[in-house]
Design a binder for this molecule. Structure first.
Ligand SMILES: *Cc1c(COP(=O)(O)O)cnc(C)c1O
Length: 377
């Protein structure tokens, strides 16, 4: 059996090696390292893939979130509601811009921001909601957009873990995640579903004026060379990363289908155990792209299971072991523990299994057998 990895980037590279190498070599040959044709080409191809009017490439997914918030003109003291159960980048940029993060609980079935908790957290100072499509599972976007419309709030989708996912709206139409809110962001960190070979990110929007503003912000606030109209940042996707992404984008749907297939196989083997809750999989839509395959464990020594799996050469992850409202940097005396019952529970129960595009049946069977062996011991 091949050695099991949490993410197998080498295995994914092998079949596209020639094209990736050729594209990188071309960038070197033309020395168009910054803002070269590869970046522009990737931007256009991603706009087409997502069916969104504007893609603004930038340096990483954290910048993408920050720039999105800057572009919306959010001001210090504005409250921004986001999920307590996510990677810290989401809340970090809110705090960094001196906006007020308002963390709320998530729902237990999809691990995503809880719609009722959003409603309870809205105050006259609320300006935006940041849903995160955590682990590749789409948040309840129709409901979130409705709340936003009603209260005149911006919606910024953190799509770092959800790229390529389809969301089926109530009217039956399908849209790509990241293009539903006023603005969306993603990360091309190597282990993400569409990863480059370094850092990268992008912002999406259908609004022309906002896109124009964002294009200036990523480039030092310049709309005309050496005229700085707003305070901006330097956040660029470099041409070598764009070349890698152009080679990989045509495979994204296949990559996500492979992840979904592995998820189904895991679920098939694990769903009947009374100590395990497998992730929600919708049979009729492809709304989950399984950035992570995350189980909930009941009456189980999770750390013991992690050790057991590691001892059998099976890597696994705990995303995320500490809710954000309990992180030193983000505690707030206004928070009440009782409002975070789901996140507090999830932080104790979750475990993420190896998930990538190169998993094979033998590996999945071995991982499942090893988990069941521990739980039944
Ligand atoms: C990875 C990630 C980010 C940040 O992306 P970087 O490219 O690493 O800056 C933001 N939000 C979520 C949910 C992520 O998973």
């Amino acid at each position: 059996m091949k050695k099991i990895q949490m993410v197998d980037l080498k295995g994914q590279y092998e079949p596209i090696k020639e094209q990736v190498n050729r594209s990188i070599q071309e960038v070197i040959d033309t020395t168009a390292f910054i803002n070269g044709p590869e970046v522009h080409g990737f931007q256009k191809e991603l706009e087409e893939y997502l069916n969104v009017k504007h893609v603004i490439p930038c340096a990483n997914g954290t910048d993408a979130l920050q720039i999105a918030m800057m572009g919306l003109g959010l001001k210090p003291g504005d409250e921004v509601i986001t999920a307590d159960f996510t990677f810290a980048a989401t809340v970090e940029v809110i705090a960094l811009l001196q906006l007020t993060p308002v963390l709320v609980d998530v729902n237990p079935y999809g691990f995503n921001i809880d719609v009722e908790a959003i409603k309870r957290a809205i105050t006259p100072k609320t300006k935006a909601i940041v849903p995160v499509h955590l682990f590749g599972q789409v948040a309840d976007m129709d409901a979130i957009m409705e709340i936003a419309d009603e209260h005149n709030l911006f919606v910024i989708e953190d799509n770092a873990q959800g790229i390529g996912a389809n969301y089926t709206r109530r009217d039956g139409s399908k849209v790509k995640t990241g293009t539903i809110g006023h603005v969306g962001s993603t990360s091309f960190f190597p282990s993400k579903n569409l990863g480059c070979y370094g850092d990268g990110g992008a912002i999406f929007t259908n609004e022309d004026d906002l896109a124009h503003t964002l294009r200036g912000i990523v480039n030092h606030g310049m709309y005309e060379r050496y005229h700085h109209d707003v305070v901006g940042v330097n956040s660029r996707l470099d041409s070598i990363q764009a070349a890698v992404l152009r080679a990989k984008l045509p495979h994204l749907d296949t990559y996500n289908a492979k992840r979904r297939e592995s998820a189904r196989k895991y679920t098939e083997r694990l769903k009947d155990h009374d100590k395990i809750t497998t992730p929600l999989i919708c049979d009729v839509c492809d709304c989950h792209v399984f950035h992570q395959y995350t189980l909930r464990l009941k009456d189980c020594d999770r750390d013991g299971l992690v050790k057991h799996l590691n001892s059998k050469d099976i890597p696994c992850g705990v995303y995320y072991p500490i809710p954000l409202h309990r992180q030193k940097a983000y505690t707030d005396s206004r928070y009440n523990e009782a409002d975070f019952s789901v996140t507090n529970q999830l932080a104790k129960e979750v475990i993420s299994l190896p998930m990538h595009t190169e998993l094979d049946d033998e590996q999945i069977a071995y991982i499942c057998d090893s988990i069941l062996e521990y739980l039944n011991a």
